[in-house]
Design a protein around this ligand. Structure first.
Ligand code: SAH
Length: 496
């Protein structure tokens, strides 16, 4: 007797092969904003295709039960489809959502957060809010929002210096000095540096001015630029493979002089510095900085507070959304003025200082030493004296604090330990919180946990783990910080 299931299975394996073309209907979004279709139960992922569309594709990779296909043409287009603004949108790895309108991109992100929390976290979200880009004169303008850029520099095939972005999953530089996501001043700064360097390469016939990551030779590796939207400051840093930045050759000094002279075109508050990175590594910044003009840091404001930011310190990249994000964290923290708050993964102390104005005491923990230095300095310059900061891995420091707490209660003494929290804020990198940290927070038993996340999958995993310590998800808000990309920021409130 024939088995219908295995026959389907056989048909499927025979049918969906690499290089084969199909006309398919896109049913839904995948995790990265790609389109998903099924051919007889076989799942195909098609980047650049939208739900509801009929498209022609060619299979580029065929696994047993799923595969990837390249979009060849759109036969029936979605009303959400728009023409990408950027000419390199398809090749550069930065933007995933430029082929859809802003609202469709935001709707995808909200759905993605809901799916992750329900599927991975295993819980329903009682309330899911969303805050996106604001409309101006009735239109969205979700462009030129990024306040930080790291442009790799290299030579193209014809030997011309180029700066741009790495192609998706590769180290090929896609030339792009006018990125639609970067602050326009950042783009102009990159052009000033590149024009100067191109002139020098041509005039001196010296290709060694440009770094080659394969041979680990040459000088200029990256252009790192930060822009403080509120103060108007601009910070330009040339990352160079130079053993002694105090003894720079005449040729390179001339380049720096020209950049400094031309920096005045970009505004009055421009800092220029060089960063020495002689390592054979993918890490962009080296340890040492030398200011060529003004400072080796930048200053910005969020609300009423001023922040000093070192290049290696984290700072939220979308200045238009940061205050909205922190206000939502503040709302979820529901402070009355009497609480002790722990701000774990605190960076330069932005959330800590934001909350300190409404709390009795705030304790910030962060792993990057320079960021903790900034946090302490930021408390000082804003006249805040109820915030203290500790450098180290949150999971280690908080586990230690809880051990000391055990000792304290055993001895009945008042050992000098950190106060137990009423509210804990966590804002970890994409990998989420360490299990050890979740356990220590559970033991510290705050009334409320405000989780700020840039990865819905690890957020959902951690929500499930927090449930084991009696915390339930009460509400969540998607804060769309990463316009045109699949990335999404979410703030959640969990409480007992
Ligand atoms: N809340 C801050 C920073 C968030 S980004 C803000 O809004 O600006 C996440 C921060 O976690 C980064 O500063 C990173 O350096 C830090 N970090 C990464 N791993 C960590 C760990 N194990 N313990 C403490 N901090 C960590």
């Amino acid at each position: 007797m024939s088995n219908p299931e295995s026959e389907t299975e056989r048909a499927r394996i025979v049918e969906v092969k690499k290089n084969q073309e199909y006309e398919i209907k896109i049913e839904s979004f995948g995790n990265s904003g790609e389109g998903i279709s099924h051919i007889d139960g076989y799942t195909l992922f098609v980047s650049g295709a939208l739900p509801g569309e009929k498209v022609k594709v060619v299979v580029t990779k065929a696994k047993k039960n799923y595969g990837y296909a390249r979009l060849l043409s759109v036969i029936e287009s979605s009303p959400d489809r728009v023409e990408p603004v950027c000419p390199v949108a398809k090749r550069c790895g930065g933007c995933d959502l430029q082929h859809m309108n802003y609202e469709a991109g935001l709707a995808f992100k909200v759905k993605h957060v809901r799916d992750c929390i329900e599927r991975i976290g295993g819980v329903e979200i009682p309330l899911l809010e969303a805050i996106g880009c604001e409309k101006k004169d009735g239109e969205y303008n979700p462009w030129h929002y990024r306040n930080k850029a790291q442009f790799p520099v290299g030579l193209d095939r014809s030997g011309k210096p180029v700066a741009g972005f790495y192609a998706s999953r590769s180290h090929e530089i896609i030339p792009c000095e006018n990125c639609a996501l970067q602050d326009e001043k950042i783009n102009r700064a990159v052009s000033v540096v590149m024009d100067t360097v191109r002139d020098a390469v041509e005039k001196n016939n010296d290709k060694k001015l440009i770094y080659d990551e394969i041979t680990h030779t040459g000088w200029l590796r990256h252009i790192y630029v930060r822009r403080a939207v509120k103060t108007g400051q601009l910070f330009i840093c040339l990352v160079v493979n130079d053993k002694n930045v105090n003894k720079i050759s005449k040729e390179k000094q001339d380049i720096l002089k020209t950049i400094i002279n031309r920096a005045d075109e970009l505004g009055d508050e421009v800092s220029v510095c060089i960063n020495q990175n002689t390592e054979k590594t993918n890490v962009v910044l080296g340890r040492d900085y030398k200011a060529i003009k003004n400072n080796t840091y930048i200053e910005d404001r969020i609300g009423d507070l001023t922040f000093c930011i070192a290049p290696e310190s984290f700072y939220q990249v979308n200045s238009f959304m940061t205050e909205k994000l922190y206000n939502k964290a503040l709302e979820y923290a529901a402070l009355s003025g009497d609480e002790v708050v722990w701000d774990l993964y605190c960076g330069i102390g932005t959330i800590s200082l934001f909350l300190s104005q409404k709390a009795r005491k705030v304790v910030g923990v962060e792993i990057v030493e320079q960021a903790i230095k900034n946090a302490k300095e930021n408390a000082r310059i804003n006249g805040i004296d109820n915030a203290s900061f500790y450098c180290g891995a949150a999971e280690d420091i908080i586990s230690e604090v809880m051990k000391d707490q055990d000792k304290k209660s055993a001895a009945g003494s008042d050992l000098d330990v950190v106060d137990m929290p009423d509210v804990v804020v966590v804002d970890p990198p994409r990998k989420g919180c360490d299990e050890k940290l979740i356990a220590a927070i559970g033991e510290a038993s705050p009334s409320r946990i405000v989780y700020v996340s840039c990865d819905p999958a690890t957020l959902a995993r951690d929500i499930a783990r927090l449930r084991e310590y009696g915390y339930t998800l009460k509400k969540a808000c998607v804060i769309d910080q990463f316009w045109q990309t699949r990335h999404v920021e979410t703030v959640c409130l969990c409480s007992t």
